[in-house]
Design a protein around this ligand. Structure first.
Ligand SMILES: Cc1ncc(COP(=O)(O)O)c(C=O)c1O
Length: 211
């Protein structure tokens, strides 16, 4: 006859105590109390009408944050990596040409993801701490004719904030999706998605993923 030989752990029988710590890195970060308090709300089903209203409110907030009127604005309930994969895997087919601007680890990682699904990946590489001029971007776009260009807006491995102005317009010129990793920059540095060239042809524009 079997019986319980591992008793319930005493450490789990007392309330959890987590101290407040100031966190200034790209993540994890401090969470505003309004958001922490939201966590005590009851769980409801994903098909309850209230959840659609909440999701719509969240969508409005994201549209504000990214300064976009693009109706295809949504939050991926996952990590930044999952949103990177979601964006790349849904935009790229095996054999497609993909261009990745690499000036730190996030470009490298995006290139690996695109390679994993069999894309033909080309990179432009800047030394850590560097970024790319519009001329360099255009040269690479016209050479490789990618379906998607990846740029890390906030390259958290080096601390570089990559200028975005003008790149979206170039992507339109070369009929290419513009995928921006703003995980580490959104909320801290402005992103004007529509003004930065993503509105003219919204169906062909991705902009930003955010954990
Ligand atoms: C620029 C950038 N992209 C993507 C990620 C991945 O986000 P996550 O750790 O939530 O998967 C990070 C995380 O630090 C990041 O700084």
């Amino acid at each position: 006859m079997s019986s319980i030989s591992v008793p319930p752990p005493k450490c789990l029988q007392k309330p959890l105590t987590v101290p407040y710590r100031h966190m200034f890195g790209p993540g994890p970060s401090n969470v505003p109390s309004r958001i922490l308090k939201a966590g005590v709300n009851p769980v409801i089903g994903h098909m309850h009408p209230e959840i659609f209203e909440i999701m719509n409110d969240i969508k409005s907030g994201i549209q504000y944050m990214f300064q976009t009127q693009n109706k295809m604005t949504l939050a991926v309930s996952g990590t930044g990596h999952s949103a990177m994969e979601c964006a790349i895997f849904n935009a790229v087919e095996p054999g497609d040409s993909v261009l990745v601007a690499v000036n730190g680890i996030w470009g490298e990682r995006a290139a690996e993801m695109a390679e994993r699904i069999g894309a033909r990946v080309n990179t432009i590489v800047a030394p850590p701490g560097g970024c790319f001029t519009i001329e360099e971007m255009e040269k690479a776009l016209s050479k490789h004719r990618p379906v998607l260009l990846f740029v890390a807006h906030g390259e958290s491995s080096t601390g570089v904030l990559h200028p975005l102005d003008g790149i979206g317009q170039l992507c339109h010129k070369y009929n290419c999706l513009f995928l921006v990793d703003s995980v580490a920059s959104i909320g801290g540095a402005p992103v004007y998605m529509d003004q930065q060239g993503a509105l003219k042809n919204p169906a062909r524009c991705f902009h930003g993923f955010c954990s």
